[in-house]
Design a protein around this ligand. Structure first.
Ligand SMILES: Cc1ncc(COP(=O)(O)O)c(C=O)c1O
Length: 384
C-alpha cells in the first residue's frame, strides 16, 4: 500500500465487506457476526419460544446448552464459561490440586496470551515445551516428568495441557499419533491431561477424525462458542461429573458467573446446529477452488503439513501483495494483510466461502493477479 489514503480506503472497503451478506471473508473461523445478524437471530429465537433466562449462569438456556455439549463431547458433564481463558485456567487449577507444575506448549494461548494467569492467580508454575513449534513429543514430556521428581524437592506435574489446532502456528494441528502417545504417557504417569480445543470442530473437519475420538483421549476439554458458533462470547468446559460439579463456585469466584448468559448460550446452540455439515462443505470447496487458483501464474495458496482451516497466500514478484488484496476487496473477498506474527497473508476458511460460486471467486483471483501485475509493469515502463 503506497499512501495513507490508499490504506484508509482499503480499510473502509474491508469494514463494509464485513456486513455484506455476499462477501467471502477469509479471516476468523466463523462468519462475521454483525449487530444486525445477532438481532435477527435473537428475534427468531424469541419468536420460536426458545429463549429461557438463567440466574447468574445457572439454569435456562445455559443448562440445556451444557447438557447438549457434554453429550456432543462424550463427557459426563459440562459447564459454560464466559471465556476460553477462564475455562482453561479453571480446568488446570482444578486438575493440579496441590501440585505446582503445569506442562504446556510454549506457543499455546495459555502460555503466551493469558498474562501468566496460572502463576499469578493460582500459584501454578508453567513448564513450556516445544519453543516455536506446534507440539511437543512424548519423549520431551517424559523428560519434564523425570525432572519434576528428581530435584532436591519433589515437585510433581499436576496437569498437562495440549492446544490443537495451535493458533500461533497458523492453525496447525497436533498429529494424531503424537496426541495418542502424549496422552497415553499422561495416563500411565497418573497426570490429568486437558485439551484446549478452542477450534476442535475445525480440527475434526480438517483431519476427518471424529470429535469424540479426540475427546476420549483427554480428561477435560474446552471448546470456544464464539469463534465459530455465532455467539458473541463464551466457552464450554467438559469432563467427568465430579470434575465439573461445584465448578460454578470457582466460576463465580473469578467473576465469571454472568447474569443473562442465556443470550450467549442460545445463540451458540443455534449456531452449532448444522455447523459440521457447513464447515465440511466449506473446507471441501476451498480445497477444489485453491487447486484452480494455484494454476494462476505466481499465485500459490499453500497448505501446511499439519494444517486445519488456515492457508498461506504466497505471491511471487511482480505481483504486489497490497494491490492484489485490494483488488479482491472490490470483488467482495477479504483477505487479511500480513501481520508481524506471520509475514505471509494467512487465509482462514470459514463458511462465508459458500456465499459466492467457484467461478466468481476464481474470476476475482484472476483479475487481482493481472491488475496487481500490470500496475507494477506500467509504473516500471513510466519510470524508464
Ligand atoms: C487456542 C485458544 N485458546 C483459548 C483462547 C481464549 O478464548 P477467549 O478469547 O474466549 O478467552 C483463544 C482465543 O483467542 C485461543 O485461540
Amino acid at each position: 500500500m503506497n499512501t495513507t489514503t490508499e490504506i484508509l480506503d482499503s480499510a473502509a472497503k474491508r469494514a463494509r465487506l464485513m456486513s455484506s451478506p455476499n462477501s467471502v471473508v477469509f479471516s476468523g473461523d466463523g462468519e462475521p457476526q454483525t449487530p444486525r445478524a445477532i438481532i435477527e437471530r435473537l428475534t427468531a429465537l424469541h419468536e420460536g419460544g426458545e429463549l429461557h433466562p438463567d440466574i447468574y449462569s445457572l439454569g435456562g438456556n445455559v443448562e440445556s446448552f451444557e447438557h447438549h455439549m457434554a453429550d456432543e463431547l462424550g463427557k459426563e458433564a459440562a459447564i459454560w464459561m464466559p471465556t476460553g481463558t477462564l475455562a482453561n485456567h479453571l480446568a488446570l487449577r482444578r486438575h493440579s490440586r496441590t501440585k505446582a507444575r503445569v506442562v504446556l506448549q510454549e506457543q499455546s494461548h495459555i502460555y503466551q496470551d493469558a498474562g501468566d494467569a496460572l502463576t499469578r492467580l493460582s500459584g501454578l508454575s508453567t513448564i513450556p515445551l516445544a519453543a516455536g513449534k506446534p507440539y511437543f513429543t512424548a519423549e520431551e514430556l517424559q523428560k519434564a516428568i523425570v525432572l519434576s521428581v528428581t530435584g532436591r524437592v519433589l515437585n510433581s506435574i499436576g496437569a498437562v495441557s495440549i492446544e490443537s489446532p495451535v493458533r500461533r502456528q497458523a492453525g496447525q494441528v497436533v498429529p494424531w499419533g503424537e496426541l495418542d502417545s502424549v496422552t497415553k504417557l499422561c495416563r500411565e504417569a497418573g497426570i490429568p491431561v486437558h485439551l484446549d480445543g478452542a477450534r476442535l470442530y475445525m480440527m475434526s473437519a480438517a483431519t476427518g477424525i471424529a470429535i469424540k475420538k479426540y475427546t476420549e483421549l483427554f480428561d477435560s476439554v474446552y471448546v470456544s462458542t464464539w469463534k465459530y458458533f455465532g455467539s458473541p462470547f463464551g466457552a464450554i468446559l467438559a469432563g467427568p461429573r465430579e470434575f465439573i460439579e461445584g465448578m460454578y463456585h470457582d466460576r463465580r469466584m473469578f467473576g465469571g458467573g454472568l447474569p443473562s448468559a442465556y443470550i450467549a448460550t442460545a445463540l451458540a446452540m443455534n449456531g452449532q446446529d448444522g455447523f459440521i455439515e457447513r464447515f465440511d462443505e466449506s473446507l471441501a470447496k476451498a480445497k477444489t477452488l485453491f487447486a484452480l487458483i494455484n494454476e494462476l501464474p505466481g499465485v500459490k495458496i499453500g497448505q501446511f503439513e499439519h494444517g486445519s482451516n488456515v492457508f498461506e497466500l504466497q505471491l511471487d514478484p511482480p505481483i504486489d501483495t497490497d494491490r492484489f488484496i485490494d483488488s479482491l476487496l472490490d470483488s467482495g473477498i477479504s483477505i487479511p494483510w500480513p501481520s508481524v506474527e506471520w509475514p505471509i497473508p494467512l487465509m482462514h476458511v470459514n463458511s462465508s466461502i459458500l456465499r459466492q460460486s467457484d467461478n466468481e471467486i476464481l474470476e476475482a483471483f484472476t483479475t487481482a493477479s493481472s491488475i496487481s501485475r500490470s500496475l507494477l509493469e506500467v509504473t516500471k515502463t513510466l519510470r524508464e
